[in-house]
Design a protein around this ligand. Structure first.
Ligand code: ZN
Length: 466
């Protein structure tokens, strides 16, 4: 068995994963800012993180994952006001939508989903510590800033050039770019733009900056030092850089050991944007008739560090790939019957080894999927030639089940046949029993018109969504 290696953004090295606590992987994944429905680019990160957590479990680690919900920041305040709703009422809508969406994508639930607004005292405690240690200062308006001049390690994740940093400059907004490296806000003094959103603090009324939220919630649920911290490449600077500075300066110990970041998602070769008309939420894609499973496959099938070009043509390809998986699974089930699994046939064992070696190499999913489809090809050839015993077929079935623990996309979700389709199926069954083939064919067409395909098998009619 090979070891799991990770490309660590912090060191720019491929490193063996070794958790601080034997056998236990603790990971923090920056979660959604709940001010809108999440788009497919956001879900790329959540699906990548899901593959990571599932792979850690495949390798035998216990996983504790924390995904925060950013329910107070510049954007949630701005848009809740535009919607004329109190902040908590506004963000509740998108929290619920987020959980529906990740369920549609078969993303395993994290162990903790802390919301920022429930952790303001923890944030104030860290800011106080930074204040006491001389890393934080209060500006004239009552906001509190982190002084990057006091923290020589600032820039180690994003590899910033410290010579270019302007001492004493400040940036108040949550998001800014590398050209504007500056002291960043830990606590923002209330101003009229914040409306009713404010908490009391030792520095006056105000609200936390975005970055301190993740430092506080990771520490509360995972401790001051933990193993993995992930997000999109957009998070490296300033969000993750600032998290490291705050956490390490406050605690005097390393923050996360491994940092992993997934690359951008493009749509039809372009950056996704509302003005280009190529901006899709998951809901938009599902409304076009694609399933969460197909979207998951599409998001999963490109290595997380490679740019992913999202197109409807590639979603169709995902559909075709999954159909091959389903057809093979059905053949295997027929061949296996009720047999107990024997040892894996040699060709399947070879595929199993390749699959594991690929994902062990920084979740290199493409060769893993290639191994899987080679296994299907060999398996189909073996079934055609009647070379597979029921025990062989059962062993390959078990291998696919194990693989699906990691991929979460192989098992076909059970389809509930709508009542209208079921009524036609019942009539068709009666027609066939009466050998009325003409009526049977007409009913098949009626069923097809409702978007379902019916197949006659030795066990009777099987309806699948077309
Ligand atoms: Zn974060």
């Amino acid at each position: 068995m090979s070891v799991f290696r990770i490309q660590n953004t912090l060191t720019r090295q491929l490193e063996e994963f070794r958790p601080l606590e034997a056998g236990h992987a603790r990971m923090y994944t920056c979660g959604p800012t709940v001010y809108n429905f999440a788009h497919v680019g956001n879900f790329r990160a959540y699906v990548f993180e899901d593959l990571l957590r599932r792979w850690l479990k495949f390798k035998g680690f216990r996983v504790t994952q924390v995904m925060n919900l950013t329910d107070v920041d510049d954007k949630t305040i701005r848009d809740s006001q535009a919607a004329g709703k109190p902040l908590a009422e506004f963000t509740a809508i998108y929290k619920q939508a987020f959980f529906e969406d990740v369920r549609a994508l078969n993303v395993e639930p994290a162990e903790h989903y802390p919301a920022a607004t429930d952790h303001v005292p923890e944030m104030i405690a860290i800011i106080q510590k930074l204040f006491d240690k001389g890393y934080a200062y209060r500006s004239e308006d009552g906001s509190v800033y982190f002084s990057i001049a006091k923290w020589p390690a600032y820039g180690k994740l994003a590899h910033l050039d410290r010579a270019g940093m302007r001492a004493g400059a400040r940036v108040a907004s949550d998001e800014y770019d590398k050209e504007n490296v500056a002291d960043f806000a830990l606590w923002k003094a209330w101003d009229e733009k914040d409306g009713a959103v404010a908490w009391d603090s030792p520095w006056g009324r105000g609200r936390p900056g975005w970055h301190i939220e993740c430092s506080a919630m990771s520490q509360k649920y995972l401790g001051a030092s933990f193993d993995l911290h992930t997000g999109g490449v957009d998070n490296i600077f300033p969000h993750h850089e600032d998290e490291i500075a705050q956490s390490e300066a406050a605690n005097g110990q390393p923050f996360a050991t491994y940092w992993m970041h997934c690359a951008h998602l493009m749509v039809d070769g372009q950056k996704m944007s509302k003005s280009r008309g190529n901006f899709y939420t998951l809901r938009d894609v599902l409304a076009r008739g694609y399933s969460g499973r197909e979207v998951r496959y599409e998001l999963l099938a490109t290595h997380y560090r490679a740019p992913l070009n999202f197109t409807f043509a590639s979603l169709d390809a995902a559909r075709t790939a999954l159909r091959r998986v389903d057809e093979f699974a059905a053949r295997l089930a027929d061949a296996a019957g009720n047999a107990a699994a024997g040892p894996l046939p040699g060709w399947a064992q070879a595929a199993a080894d390749r699959f594991e070696a690929a994902l062990d190499e920084d979740l290199n999913v493409s060769p893993a999927l290639a191994a899987l489809f080679d296994c299907i090809r060999e398996g189909n050839a073996g079934l055609d030639a009647k070379l597979l015993t029921p025990a062989d077929a059962a062993a390959v079935q078990a291998l696919f089940k194990r693989w699906d623990g990691a991929l979460g996309v192989l098992e076909k979700p059970a389809e509930t046949v709508p009542e209208a389709v079921q009524a036609l199926l019942d009539r068709r069954q009666a027609a066939r029993a009466a050998k009325d083939w003409k009526q049977s064919d007409a009913l098949r067409d009626d069923i097809a018109a409702l978007g379902w395909t019916v197949k006659d098998t030795p066990k009777g009619q099987v309806a699948t969504k077309a």
